[in-house]
Design a protein around this ligand. Sequence first.
Ligand SMILES: N[C@@H](CCC[C@H](N)C(=O)O)C(=O)O
Length: 296
Amino acid sequence: MVRRFLKMHGLGNDFVVLDARRDPLPLTPAVARAIADRRTGVGCDQLVLLEPPRHPAADLFMRILNPDGSESGACGNATRCVASLVADGSGRAEVTVETVTGLLRCRLRADGSVTVDMGPARLDWTQIPLAAAHDTLHVPAGAGPLQDACCVGMGNPHAVFFVDDAEAVDLPSLGPVLEHHPLFPQRCNIEVAQVLAPDHIRMRVWERGAGITRACGSGSCATLVAAARRGLTGRAAWIELDGGRLWIEWHGDGHVLMTGPVATAFTGELSEALLPGSLAAEPPLPEPPLPETVPA
Ligand SMILES: N[C@@H](CCC[C@H](N)C(=O)O)C(=O)O
C-alpha cells in the first residue's frame, strides 16, 4: 500500500507527517529511524503520526518520534503544523490536538500563524523527572561551563542553562553529555539561553534523541518559564532561535502559550523499503497511556 507523507516545518524544525487516521500504521522505532535518516530516508527532526482521537473533545491524536526512534510527550512546533493542517481541512480556526500528555487547544490566526496552549509548565522534580529530589529552580546537573540548570517539564523534559553568550557555547560537545546526565532518567532536552531584554531571549537547543535543531517549541516554552522563575524576564517574551522567533506567554493559571509560523515543504510517497514489514522486526510502539491531564 502506498503511504503518502507531508513534509512540514516550524522555523526549520522539520517533520515527516504520516496520517494514520484511516489506515493504521504499526510504527516501530526502526521504521521511525529509517524514515528520519537524512541520507537514506526522507529526513526529519521528528516523525509525527496522526491517529484517531481517544478523547471525544479532540480532533486527532498525535504521536511524536525522534530520529533515534524514541517517543516524546510533546513537540510544540509539530503541534502548530498539525493544527494548521486540521484547520485547513475543516475550515475551523479552533483545533484540539491530543497527545500522550493531554489535550492541546490551538487557534489559527489571521496571518496564518498558530497559537497553542501547551498546557501547564510542570515544576516539581518528579514531573521532569529527575533521578533525585531537587528544587527544579537550581538543579546540580552540569558539564563544563554549563552549570546550575533550571528544569521545566512541558510534557517532555527540559534543562535550561543561562549563559552570557549563547553563540560561544560548544553545544555539539556539551549537549549529548547533558542529555545523558545521570540526574535525567528519561534523558533531557538541553537549552542554552541568553537574556537580551526582559521580553527577548536568544536560545539554542540540543534536542533529546535528535541533536541540534533550528528551533524547539517546547524548549522555547521551558526557556521563558525558567527565565521568569529566575526573575530574568517578565512572563512573556520573544525566543530567538536559529530558525526564527516564537512568542511565548506564561499565564497566571500556569499554562504556557506559544505563537509561531508553520510551513509545508513538500508531499511524497514512502518507498516500500521504509515501511513496517520491510525492516528488522521490532515490537510496535506500545499503546500510549491515558493522558495525564484532560482539561475540561
Ligand atoms: N522539536 C520539538 C520537541 C521534540 C521532542 C524532543 N526532542 C523530546 O524528545 O522531548 C518541539 O518543537 O517542541
